[in-house]
Structures are given as C-alpha cells and as structure tokens.
Write a protein that binds this ligand. Sequence first.
Ligand code: GDP
Ligand code: IMO
Ligand code: MG
Length: 423
Amino acid sequence: MAVDLLLGLQWGDEGKGKIVDVLTSKYDIVARFQGGPNAGHTLEFDGIKHVLRTIPSGIFHKNTINLIGNGVVIDPVVFVKELEGLDKFKLDYRKNLFISRKAHIILPTHRLLDAASETSKGKAKIGSTLKGIGPTYMDKTGRNGIRIGDLEFENWQKKYRALADKHEALIGFYNVDIQYNLEEMEKEFFEAVEVLKTMRFIDSEDYLYQAQKEGKSILAEGAQGSLLDVDFGTYPFVTSSNTTAAGACTGLGIPPNKIKEVYGIFKAYTTRVGSGPFPTELFDKAGEQMAKLGNEFGAVTGRPRRCGWLDLVALKYATQVNGVTQLMMIKGDVLSGFKTLKVCIAYKYKGETIRHLPFNIEPENVSPIYKELPGWKEDLTKLKDANNLPKELINYIDFLEKELEIPIKLVSVGPDRTQTIHR
Ligand code: GDP
Ligand code: IMO
Ligand code: MG
C-alpha cells in the first residue's frame, strides 16, 4: 500500500490541520514527519476549535493510529499540556498515539538558546517561535541530542546534565540579557518527562514497514511550509527541518518509491509570520482586509500574520521541489468582496522578467509582476458543490491550474470540517 503526503506550499499555516482531519477517515495511520511545537494546526468541527502542536491531526478519529515520527522534535512540557487539552474529548490516546523512539527531545535549555540567539541577532532576527526548534535540530545533526528512546535507559539524566551544562555555558557566550530560572524549568520538564514515559514508544520505521506490508494506508502530515524548508526555503529565514516531500522519507523512514499522492496545500492569497522576504506582501487596505477577514493571527504565538497576493512563482517552485500531484486551496471565502484580485506571475529581477525563484528574493532584488483577475462577491461559506462556485472563482481556479499544471482537487471555504468542496 502506498503512502500519501500532505504538506504546505507557502510559509506555513496553509490549513494542513483542517485538511488532514478531513482526509483521515480514508487512512489507517496519520504520521507527522518533522517540525515540533512551532507548528499550530487548527481543527474545527461540531462547534469546537482545537489547535494541535506535535500530535498528528488525525487524533480525533478513533480508528486511526497517529504517529509522531523520528523527524519530529518533542518538548515534553508542551506535549503534556497538549495531552491535557485532549482530555475533555475522551480520546483513548494511550491506544492510538505512538511516538518514535528516534524522535529528539527539546530541553529547557534549547528554548533558552533559541531566545539568546534571537536576542543577539537584534533586527536581523529570524522571528522564531522560540520553542527551541533550531537548537534541538543543531544538537541532532551535531550528534549530541537526547532521543525518546534514551528515556528508557537509566543513564539518560547524566547525558541530560552534561548537555544542559554545555548549553548554559553557550548562553553565557551570547552575552545577552535573558531572564530565566532553570531550576523551575527543569522541575516542570522532569515532571512532564514522567508523563511522556507513560506513552507508547515504538520503532516507528519498522512499524510503518510492517503496516505497508499489511496493506494499511498511511498519510504523512507535514508542518510549516515549503518556503520555510532549511534547504529550499528563504534561508536563513526558515525553520530547521526539511518541510518538503523528502522530509517525509527521512522523518518516517519511508522509501521514496512508496510515496503516491503528494497533496500540496495553499491559501488563495499568501501569509507569513516572522521575518524574511515576501515579494507580494501588502501594506495597504487590501492586506488589512485579508488579515481581518482571514483572522490572520499565528495559532502558536498570536502574532499578526503578514498578508499579500498569491505568488505563483513561489508556488510553482514549491510544487516542483515536492512533486505535488494534487493541489488544495483554502480560504477562497476570505477573498469574497474584492473587486479585482492580483496574482504574481513573474518577477522583475535585475531588469529582467523571470519566472523562477532566484537565490535571493529580498525586495531590493525582486519586484512582482501581476495579472489581474475579476473577484467574486458571493459568500462561499455555505457552498457544498463545486458546480455552484461563482464563475469568477472558477475562472481564478482555472487560471491557477493552467499556470501550475496541476489540478486543484479540493477547495476549502471555511474553517469547519464540513466547509470543504471536492472537485
Ligand atoms: P496549519 O498550520 O497549516 O494547520 O494552519 P493553521 O491552523 O495555523 O492556520 C489556518 C487557519 O485557517 C486556521 O485558523 C483554520 O481554522 C483556518 N482555515 C482553514 N481553512 C479555512 C478556509 O477555507 N477558510 C477560512 N476562512 N479559514 C480556514
Ligand atoms: P505550521 O505547521 C508558520 C516560522 C516562524 C519563523 C520561522 C522559524 O503551523 O504551519 P522556528 O520556531 O521554527 O525556529 O521559526 O518559521 N514558523 C512558522 N510559520 N507556521 C508554522 O507552522 C511555523 N513554524 C515556524 O514564524 O519565521
Ligand atoms: Mg499553523
């Protein structure tokens, strides 16, 4: 049985949580492959709104196994709070939530290092969510990290102490003023680790191999977005993992030839939270309207998201590095009421018109070239059938499909599970 992937094509927050939840009933297993609690995946159903951080977005479906893969980094403190947040739903997560022994652990000092690094950068800061993501992945690739499987051995605390002490020395090296009480942070951390240890740890790559052999269907859930990928994103304003399709192979142990569908999800416009270049960013009333109607505030930090027109140059690039086979578009409803819509189809770059993403897309190098399309007035949020979409929206979708050369198979018209139109 093949594995399908769902991943974001922009700078994150493309509605991955909602759509994974919508698709889960078709899958036996949903597996997160990278990122950590920098993610905030929002699900809405039956009048409930819930944000997941590390736990896969299939968790509300009782018959689906949810797996946190080896590519994910886990903060025990955040994770335990996340479990507590699920308690009211009466889910049996000790039965259907598994954690890879090879997933790395975010220590309290990783969070402090994140803060120290960001503070030291001043205006050049990445705009990190300050969840310790970068420092944890640095320890992973530096071969110093502590993994979930280590918790099953007696001496892990010795390893912990040595690493935390080294981190404290490094924090001193940054020479910045950050206030913290490590003793309190560690107390909370060790308590959370005890709860974490009651969860089911597995050798997830073998589990997934056997599951495939038995014909089980698997959906791999990405976090962040392709333009935040550490290799292919807008470096250095990126996260520290591979958010693109290849990240699912390394983050779960899935061979490339087992991947079938790659669902690429995008917003009908563009948003970005944190620093870094954003060629189609708007600083006018249109941008304000998107932010207001789209309720564009980060699910993790509450920071306002920067908004702008859809950037097809960046989107096409993302479809290429991921090998997207089907597109999904969310938040078309937010654009209702715009008389005309702009879509960036090329960049002016060093006096030339280009249609690919160059090495550097800082505003001094790149300016967007737009095509204008007519907007639609209708409220989309109650629509159920693709045939009833306004003709201007169908025209918008047709234009995107032609430019991107990939079909848009799903259109989301509101945050709720039911506000989803299949085409
Ligand atoms: P994720 O990180 O990719 O899972 O996305 P987030 O949950 O951070 O951000 C997406 C936001 O848009 C959430 O608040 C969703 O509830 C909301 N959302 C998802 N799809 C739609 C849609 O089609 N229309 C509207 N208006 N909101 C949506
Ligand atoms: P989901 O999965 C949007 C951004 C941060 C910052 C940069 C680096 O909800 O789409 P990090 O904490 O990883 O060191 O931050 O990446 N970022 C996200 N932006 N959605 C996310 O996740 C993000 N995770 C990280 O704002 O610019
Ligand atoms: Mg999010």
